[in-house]
Design a protein around this ligand. Sequence first.
Ligand SMILES: [Zn+2]
Length: 578
Amino acid sequence: MSSSSNATPYRFRIYYESPATQFLQIEARIPAPGEHLLLRLPVWRPGRYELANYAKYVRDFRAYDANGKPLNVKKYIKDGWYIDTSTVDEVLVQYDFYANRLDAGGCWLDEEQLYINFVNCILFSEEALDVPYEISLEVPPDYEIACALPLKNKTLYARNYYHLIDSPMIASATLKRNFYQVGQYTFYVWIQGNWTPDWHELLRNFEGFTKAQLDMMGEFPFEEYHFLIQIVPYRFYHGVEHTESTVVVLGPSEAMDTADMYDELLGICSHELFHVWNVCRIRPKELFPYDLTKECYFPTGFVVEGITSYYGDLFLIRSGVWKYNQYLRELNKYIKRHFENYGRYHRSLVEASVDLWLDGYSEVTPGRKVSIYAKGALVALILDFLIRKHSNGKASLDDVMRKMWHRFGKPFEKGYSLRDFKNIVAEVAGNPLEQFFADCVEGVVPLEKYIEPLMEEVGISFMTNYLNKGTELFNFQIQQREGKLLVSAIVPDSNASRHLRLNDELIAVNGKRTETIEQLQQLIGAQTVAHLIVSRQGYLKEVQLEADPVVSFKEYFLQLKNNLSQEQQKRLLAWLHQ
Ligand SMILES: [Zn+2]
């Protein structure tokens, strides 16, 4: 991807009349060398492997010549506009864009800030992805702009379209900014929203995980990096990686000083920073370059998200920012998400990676999905331990990632295939680990088979407990949502699965009205038969269930043992670099 700096830039101007409407006005001057010009918006964005179809946020697309005379615009495809440019060398394009999604990959406009991911709203032509872009922002004079792009007089300059969409920005009068340095690199931390951290503590912790990453990878590909952090008043957790920056959206703001939320902030920021190497540069070949006009299927989602999730947390304990209990608590979140999901019996990681484009990021069909994040992180853990074992402790997954960097990331000329990744693992481990890939990456072999004996080597036990607080005896679970008791999980092929449906509302148990989970547990616990009245789509239905002899609901977790052998201790310290 060379840059052709001689080409006439695509010049955009972004302004707005009323933040309350959340509509941006976007105007562009675009060279038009041919008879017509097809201008498009991406149908997805790097970092989110599902269709988003950003063209649906556009209203009133128009095109004009130099004299303000309208040009003919036709729609033949959903994400593009064909402009008749037979009479002009340059077009003026105008459109409105609805900026009302405050997630880490969206656009948002209100009285406090203008926040833009350019991948949502800035047009491209497939023939001119390499031309420079200039984006001038008409924002109030007291607004500061946080963005990794070069900035002059409120105009941002990008080498080409990919550079532009890799550089989100926040403009606001209430941005807070600080920075730290590791070696010759500078890291900026920007915070928008209702939270002021203990800066001293935050910068010390950020410096900790950044240093751990640089120690492992040996170098940082850029001089500067920007953390753009949005703190929102409601519960939210989302981050998106970019080459020279990241956007993280977290909330609720009033909980940001609690240990839990602060650890979430550290965890997500460490994860996104490691993406600079792993995916922004070390990229699956199917994403090299990004084709923004259609789905880009790739089998290596577990490398992209699993390995990044695994390392994001590992860097926090390696750097001493986290203690054992904090690290294990985060690892146990992956254990819980993976093992307490029936999808693990149905879907391999490779299938899950491809089918992200179909399923998206939420569960549509019960028991269908596994997570490339949760299962991916556990599979990365297994792989790390297997490499250590096969190399007698001389090598680890660290060596794999360094080799990936030197072969596929640093040169930045081509992406890697699943075969390339396997080859590097074989080189480092001295063993192709074929069974591991067949079982854990391409198959659905239960991960206990690997996790239990491998964790034992560092004195960590893989534990399971039966859950029998009440309804679990009847093989279903209840959640309280908006004052209702709703069926939230049912064991497949159980008695309950033949009578209950997800989202049935529980009204009464054994003749008594139930309004809270505690009441329910009292009424149902220790009974062998339960008479239930449920409301299903407004109709009342009576259900009689017998307690199942086999309870299937279990909780799964890892626990550090009290007395470790010397060997276990040695391996634990080597793994966590303590
Ligand atoms: Zn990620």
